[in-house]
Design a protein. Structure first.
Length: 260
């Protein structure tokens, strides 16, 4: 791509737009509404995480969601608050959970260590985790006999084409996050994996500003990313959008349902 054909005024205008997105990149809970309609991902997974949970969940069960984010998904389940617990480790989300979950009677505890969760042995019938950290041995400790763990995860190959566009040669941050490796870890921890699925799907960005915001939020995938550092590569990305209407990468997701 020869972005040098862009005139100076447009390049300067793009730089200002992207720097503005970079400056405001922050997140409340796990809310991507700022770039709604400017990107698309994950609409067609072959499973429905919420429906799978609902297949196993009864009102009298003790449920725990760890790495709950802002608690938005947990609340959408409508589980009795007195039978609901949650953890979160990201400080802004911890404060949000204290404000929203504790007043409802949900047993929320701050926790940023998936291997040391502050609840007693055999506390829960069901534990859930979406896109958070987990340790199969700790989950095994916390679940009752015949307890169920359900997780949907971002795989280690997530967004790799997009990373290569702006930060070529960046190592995968979590290469062990793939179904075959994680399934083995659960089995070694004493679980029966009763469901395991893995999928790759497209992610598209329709403007570079939305990508800049995204890359700053997902900093573990795009380490050291900045508009200044990656400006020439962002201009190349702009050329692709000018030509095709979007740039595309690939998301990596997997699902595990495991029984103690």
């Amino acid at each position: 791509m020869d972005y040098r054909n862009m005139n100076t005024d447009r390049i300067n205008e793009l730089r200002k737009e992207w720097e503005a997105e970079e400056k405001i990149a922050h997140i409340h809970g796990w809310d991507f509404s700022h770039i709604h309609d400017r990107y698309e991902e994950e609409d067609n997974l072959p499973w429905d995480y919420k429906k799978i949970i609902e297949e196993y969940l009864d009102p009298d069960m003790k449920l725990m969601d760890f790495d709950t984010g802002g608690g938005e998904f947990l609340l959408s389940l409508g589980h009795p608050y007195k039978n609901t617990a949650a953890t979160e480790g990201f400080p802004p989300n911890v404060e949000l959970c204290k404000e929203t979950l504790l007043p409802l009677g949900i047993d929320f505890k701050p926790c940023d260590n998936e291997s040391d969760i502050p609840f007693a042995d055999s506390s829960f019938d069901i534990m859930i985790n979406r896109h958070g950290s987990f340790d199969p041995k700790e989950i095994h400790r916390l679940l009752k006999d015949d307890g169920i763990f359900i997780t949907q995860q971002v795989g280690g190959k997530n967004d790799r084409e997009l990373v290569e566009m702006v930060l070529p040669g960046t190592p995968e941050p979590f290469p062990e996050l793939e179904l075959s490796i994680q399934k083995r870890k659960f089995e070694e921890a004493g679980f029966e994996v009763i469901r395991g699925e893995e999928v790759y799907r497209p992610i598209r960005f329709y403007d570079v500003g939305a990508f800049v915001w995204f890359a700053r939020i997902i900093e573990w995938e795009f380490p050291g990313f900045s508009v200044e550092k990656c400006f020439d590569r962002l201009l190349e990305m702009q050329e692709k959008i000018d030509k095709n209407g979007f740039v595309e990468g690939t998301i990596h997701r997997y699902l595990i349902v495991a029984k103690k």
